[in-house]
Design a protein. Structure first.
Length: 322
């Protein structure tokens, strides 16, 4: 009995000094690592999140860009960081959901090494075709490709990127024979779509919608489970009859594994209270994006589901990086 009492007192003495320190979080500036260059969509979302957290937590929050290797360099910087809440990661679906299948020797496991905080935004993808092609709907596109096996090409912003793999899911689901032509980014792919060198492609609203409004290409469907406010007349993939394709690109916030749950909760609640402001929503809409929040547990399951989904796409595409 005496031994149990001594153990209980010692445990209490150990915990008590820690409680005020944890309650005081954050006591110093917070660093957000972004594994992509400044000015890209993920970076813009990160800076918006930094500004929101800074206001809510009354502490400096700054963004540090560490681009390279499809977001891996930035992710590894956070994986190696102390789990104290002062180094965070804002990254896209690529490093968290696609890279585990795309890279044969990935140095981190998103579900093991990153503690999810919340999803921040989603960017829907759209299926587009050259305006001179006869089809007016996505189901007509599928029928046209099936009637012309191996004769059509589709472009993408690069092998293994979200837009490429989303099209591979469509190919796999509908049994289509259409060749992939990878480009170095969206602009040259869109240019060749306009010129008819490729007949179709999947990409984000900012890449496709301005061109569609000029009449140079035709948007057939949004690859999401709901219509997009920017083009409410465009049906979802399910509505268009080409399957339940929900493949938005997304951006989320994470921390090193082992970060105390209390800190994760503090970060999430700070964003929950002030992320979806009119100002933030306007900035995100300018990126063709939507403000989203998922609590840490829901976000973890979402990442797990996304890893499974994109593994199918990587497997059928044959894309692989050693």
């Amino acid at each position: 009995m005496r031994q149990k009492l001594v153990s209980a007192v010692m445990a209490l003495l150990f915990v008590l000094p820690m409680a005020p320190a944890l309650a005081a979080y954050p006591e110093k500036p917070i660093r957000i690592i972004v594994g992509f260059p400044a000015g890209q969509a993920t970076d813009i979302v990160a800076r918006l999140a930094a500004k929101t957290l800074e206001s809510a937590l009354k502490q400096s929050v700054f963004v540090e860009n560490k681009p390279g290797a499809s977001g891996i360099i930035g992710a590894m910087d956070v994986v190696r960081a102390a789990p104290d809440g002062y180094t965070l990661l804002v990254t896209s679906s690529g490093p968290l959901a696609i890279n585990p299948s795309l890279y044969t020797n990935l140095a981190y496991d998103p579900l093991r090494d990153i503690a999810p905080v919340t999803e921040l935004s989603e960017v829907p993808l759209f299926l587009a075709v050259n305006a001179k092609l006869p089809m007016k709907t996505a189901s007509e596109f599928v029928d046209y490709v099936k009637a012309n096996p191996g004769k059509l090409n589709y472009g993408s912003a690069g092998s293994g990127v979200t837009s490429h793999l989303a099209m591979e899911l469509l190919k796999h689901g509908q049994g289509l024979d259409i060749r992939h032509v990878p480009y170095k980014g969206s602009p040259p792919a869109v240019a060749d779509l306009i010129g008819g060198h490729v007949q179709a492609m999947v990409d984000t609203g900012p890449a496709l919608l301005p061109v569609a409004r000029r009449g140079d290409i035709r948007i057939l469907a949004t690859l999401n489970d709901k219509r997009n406010a920017a083009v409410p007349e465009v049906p979802t993939a399910k509505e268009a009859g080409i399957g339940e394709l929900a493949t938005p690109a997304w951006v989320g916030l994470g921390a090193p594994k082992g970060t105390p749950p209390e800190i994760i909760d503090t970060l999430y609640k700070a964003l929950e209270a002030s992320w979806k402001t009119p100002e933030n929503i306007k900035v995100l809409q300018g990126l063709g994006s939507e403000a989203v929040l998922k609590d840490p547990q829901v976000f973890r399951q979402y990442i797990a589901d996304e890893i499974k989904k994109w593994k199918v796409a990587v497997d059928v595409s044959g894309a692989q990086v050693n």
